[in-house]
Design a protein around this ligand. Structure first.
Ligand SMILES: [Zn+2]
Length: 201
């Protein structure tokens, strides 16, 4: 797939974790993912009283920051591939990763938010952590959750709807348990739509 996809860690989000997710996603999409310089946590959307960020507002500010965040690495590129250009050229799709807790109006909390028109999304690791539910930390499970949510949000940004196939990353996700049941792949139909862009709402 020759879409230009950029992953951007925000604030204190672990860069190594973003790269690990990028490696897994690059494998699934048979393509590459650009890692960008970390973006600062925006003031926009910050709600200190709730200890959370309003996801949509935060995403808006992050998107505005994107043009000055340079690519640091291309993940999933074949050995001997051309070196990464030191530009901050606009990607086709951008996913920001944050460790701050997000919410949307009318919710207690959210895994993330997508701006379909802006072709950008933000995902939070906070509610993917076992510790959030007062359970023992499970890095393997937590990372798998982030990979699956990333696959789903990329599909969303390409205009894909929920999928009825349980064995697909686009299967409806209402709760964390649904994420855990999904595989790290797209069904044949969603993959076709995603890779060819042959789907319009
Ligand atoms: Zn599907």
């Amino acid at each position: 797939m020759d879409l230009r996809i950029a992953f951007i860690p925000v604030g204190r989000f672990d860069v190594a974790e973003a790269e690990a997710v990028a490696t897994r996603v690059a494998k699934v999409i048979h393509g590459t993912v650009e890692l960008r310089e970390a973006a600062p946590v925006p003031k926009a959307g910050d709600e200190p009283a709730r200890g959370q960020h309003l996801a949509g507002k935060m995403l808006g500010a992050l998107r505005a920051d994107l043009p000055r965040l340079k690519t640091t690495k291309r993940v999933g590129a074949a050995p001997g591939a051309a070196p990464v250009p030191a530009t901050a050229e606009a990607p086709d799709l951008a996913v920001f990763f944050t460790d701050v807790d997000l919410y949307k109006p009318g919710t207690d909390g959210a895994f993330g938010e997508a701006d379909l028109r802006g072709k950008a999304a933000v995902l939070s690791s906070r509610r993917l952590l076992e510790a959030f539910y007062r359970r023992k930390t499970d890095p393997v499970k937590q990372r798998a959750r982030l990979v699956k949510l990333t696959l789903m949000i990329l599909g969303r940004l390409r205009g894909l709807p929920d999928c009825g196939d349980r064995a697909c990353a686009m299967f409806t996700t209402a709760a964390l348990a649904d994420v855990d049941l999904k595989p790290e792949k797209y069904c044949a139909s969603c993959w076709h739509r995603l890779s060819t862009g042959g789907f319009r709402i």
